[in-house]
Design a protein around this ligand. Sequence first.
Ligand code: TYD
Length: 134
Amino acid sequence: MVKLIDLPKFEDPRGNLSFIEENKHIPFKIERVYWIYDVPGGQVRGGHAFKQQQELIVALSGSFDVMVDDGKEQKIFSLNRSYYGLYIPAGMWRRMQNFSTNSLAVVLSSTPYNKSDYIRSYDEFLNYRKQYEK
Ligand code: TYD
């Protein structure tokens, strides 16, 4: 289930600290970390689904919205703090948009990069979702 996950936060006059441990704060082993940055105003990233990949998306800096769609319902999550992240299980359509200037999105992924894990056609995605309804 898609959910916001609160991460540990150590508040300190010297500056705050948060962290993530695999299989503890998030329900998967981290196989890959990538980040999206220098996004020009109005641009959209993502806009596809993954068959296997689970992920946690954190706004390390700035803000952006993540639209998540299970084939029936769309939800939009606004991420704008570095001490929580959005967990997205496999099989969801998702899109990242409304990036603020200098925003930094980090994505922790449960899989190595694999082109064939992507579903890039929304119609194909709706078809793929049917297996979840059996
Ligand atoms: P892609 O996931 O298609 O971007 P978007 O978020 O816009 O859907 O990734 C863009 C390009 O980066 C793609 O050609 C493949 C490459 N890429 C990697 O090589 N490794 C990775 O881990 C990721 C996420 C992308």
